[in-house]
Structure formats: structure tokens, C-alpha cells
Design a binder for this molecule. Structure first.
Ligand SMILES: C[S@@+](CC[C@H](N)C(=O)[O-])C[C@H]1O[C@@H](n2cnc3c(N)ncnc32)[C@H](O)[C@@H]1O
Length: 329
């Protein structure tokens, strides 16, 4: 590769590093096994996916019959960097519509591909037209556009299951959706997502990187999650509470700027505390909306970070035990 081109790619990679993390089939299978009942008769749209290489596309094409899908659409952005094929094809974005008529075929041939007039940006009118025809969107979208991406799904009232960075929980737009029970965390998170395939030019460093048996470069950032509005049974499981507040008050200090107590770990949430409690954001991974109510994120009554004796513990989510609101204990 000419030096100049390589430099340009590396520069771009530094800016948009996480936008070019490609999902492994094993991670998709591990998560999707929990949602199989949602797909019967549905149109699935993977709108940031080259059908020739995307493992999201592979997963749904391979499981098309078993899931009872009506149609699968994968649309690819012109500027996608992982392009093991002819770069000439990337003048425009393109998409592929897969139905049961494809039989056992998985990969599209060049005549199956339909070119967009534009670049295939998920926000383009052409891609939105496909979105409107779809029931469920499943993909790993570009991290740098995550807010816009979620906003579009909500605007078009779509069901979805997507990969994001754990930090996305703290975006105010996303947290609002979580608080309102319109969106929640999927099953796997952090080390539960084993790693992503990165383009050739990506420099591997550190212990969380490797080359797989196909020669793909894999990084394991351990900071990703699945975000969804598809129901799972896990979401209805109570967190088992074993600790007590009364008698152990010293372990649960009061905030300076909010009428509530600080709880350091989700497993330490006391079973006998009716009031407001600040818990770590990882609580959301165990959250059952029938058991707890989410009140607020991070800030006290003065809209400053929650503090104890002038010190801020970490980001906390204020919650309340719903079941204790009606029960006399
Ligand atoms: C995190 S990667 C994941 C790719 C694929 N969905 C997967 O999981 O393997 C995000 C992909 O979105 C593409 N992308 C970036 N900006 C986009 C946009 N505005 N519209 C559609 N796709 C975009 C990137 O080129 C990249 O292929």
C-alpha cells in the first residue's frame, strides 16, 4: 500500500477507531439466542452492514428458516473501511434483500446487490425508506454516531437490538429512554462480548488483542453492551437482596445533596430500605422494572454530582425499591 494512503487510513482510524469494529458471529449467536421468539414473520434490517462480510447478515441468513423471518435487508455505507472486495463498487452505498426464495444461498452475487443513489448513510432518505419497511433493526452501528442512531430508531418506532459502548448509558438521551423503560440492557456486557474484528491497518497492542484462526485481527475492548427494546426473561428476574440497612447504617452513608443513601455494589442493595438509593451504573444490567424504579442519574437536588462529605463517589443512579412502597415492613 502506498505510504500516503496508509498514513491517511491510519489517521482516519485514530479519529473513528471504534466505528470500524466488526462483530464476531460467536458474539452475535450468544446474544441472539435469548430473543428467538421475537423474529417470526418479521423483516430484519442491518443498516450498517455489508452483506458480503457482516456476521449480522450471516447470522440471520443462516437462521432465516429457524427464526421464521419474512425478509432480511443489509445495507452498506459507501465509506465502510473493511472492504476486501473491489473498491470500485464503493462509489455508492448498496443493499441486499434476502428472502426465503434465496434457498440455501447465503452470500449475495454481484447481481443481487442494489446500489443506492447516495452513500448509504443510515440517515439518508434511501436507507430510511428501508427502515420504514422493517420491523427489527439489529446491528453494531458506528459508535461516533450512536446518539443519532438511537434517536432515529426511536423516531421511527422500531424494535432493535444493537451494540454500543457502556458509556452510552450515561448519554442523557439514552439514559432518559432507560429511565422511561423504553430501552434496556441486553444480556451480555463487558467481558461478555468477546471481541471485534478490526481492519488490517489497525495496530494491535496490549493483552486484549489477538489474531484468530482465520487470520482476523481481534480486539477485546471489554466496554461494550447490547442495548434493546426487545423483552427478555432476564429483565423480569428480581435481584436477590440479602443485606439489611437497619443495623448496618454505617455502610450506607447519606448523600450531602440528596435525601438518599449510597450503595457501593448492586449486590449490597439493602432489602429493607424504602427510600432513595444511589447505585453503580452496572445495576442496569440486573435491573427489573417490576422490582425497582429509576429516579435520576448522577445529580443531587443542587444539580451537582452526588456527594458524601464533599466527595463524589462515582457516577450513581438513584433508584427506589418499588415493592417496599406498598408493603408494610
Ligand atoms: C462498528 S462497525 C460495525 C460493522 C458491522 N455492523 C458489524 O457489526 O460487523 C460500524 C459500521 O458502520 C459503518 N458506518 C459508519 N458511518 C456510517 C453511516 N453514517 N451510515 C451507515 N454506516 C456507517 C462503518 O463503516 C462500519 O462498517
Amino acid at each position: 500500500m502506498a505510504r500516503k494512503v496508509q498514513h491517511a487510513l491510519l489517521r482516519k482510524a485514530k479519529i473513528n477507531k471504534n466505528d470500524e469494529f466488526y462483530t464476531q458471529l460467536s458474539d452475535i449467536e450468544s446474544e441472539l439466542q435469548h430473543y428467538k421468539n421475537h423474529f417470526k414473520g418479521k423483516v430484519v434490517f442491518c443498516n450498517c452492514d455489508d452483506p458480503r462480510i457482516s456476521n449480522f447478515f450471516n447470522y440471520f441468513a443462516l437462521n432465516f428458516k429457524e427464526l421464521g423471518l419474512r425478509k432480511l435487508i443489509a445495507a452498506c455505507y459507501r465509506k465502510q473501511e473493511m472492504n476486501p472486495f473491489n473498491a470500485e463498487e464503493f462509489k455508492n452505498g448498496f443493499f441486499y434483500e434476502y428472502t426465503s426464495e434465496e434457498g440455501e444461498k447465503i452470500k449475495p452475487s454481484s447481481t443481487d446487490i442494489i446500489h443506492f443513489k447516495g452513500d448509504g448513510d443510515f440517515r439518508s432518505a434511501e436507507s430510511i425508506e428501508l427502515l420504514k419497511q422493517s420491523d427489527i433493526v439489529v446491528t453494531n452501528p458506528p459508535f461516533s454516531l450512536f446518539r443519532d442512531y438511537v434517536d432515529q430508531l426511536v423516531t421511527y418506532n422500531k424494535k432493535f437490538l444493537i451494540i454500543g459502548n457502556i458509556n452510552a448509558i450515561t448519554y442523557k438521551e439514552v439514559f432518559k429512554l432507560i429511565k422511561e423503560n423504553k430501552v434496556w440492557l441486553g444480556i451480555r456486557l463487558g467481558r461478555g462480548v468477546s471481541g471485534f474484528i478490526v481492519p488490517e491497518y489497525y495496530e494491535l497492542y496490549g493483552t486484549e488483542t489477538r489474531i484468530d484462526s482465520f487470520g482476523n485481527k481481534i480486539v477485546s475492548p471489554n466496554n461494550c453492551l447490547w442495548l434493546t427494546n426487545l423483552d427478555t426473561s432476564k429483565r423480569h428476574e428480581d435481584i436477590t437482596l440479602t443485606k439489611r440497612y437497619f443495623g448496618n447504617e454505617i455502610e450506607y452513608p447519606q448523600y450531602d445533596n440528596y435525601d438518599g443513601i449510597n450503595v457501593n455494589k448492586t449486590k449490597n442493595i439493602p432489602l429493607d430500605y424504602k427510600g432513595f438509593m444511589g447505585v453503580p451504573i452496572t445495576f442496569l444490567h440486573k435491573f427489573n422494572p417490576e422490582q425497582f424504579e429509576i429516579i435520576k442519574f448522577r445529580k443531587g437536588n443542587d444539580e451537582k454530582d452526588l456527594s458524601i462529605n464533599g466527595r463524589c463517589p462515582y457516577f450513581r443512579i438513584l433508584i427506589r425499591n418499588k415493592r417496599l412502597q406498598t408493603k408494610i415492613i
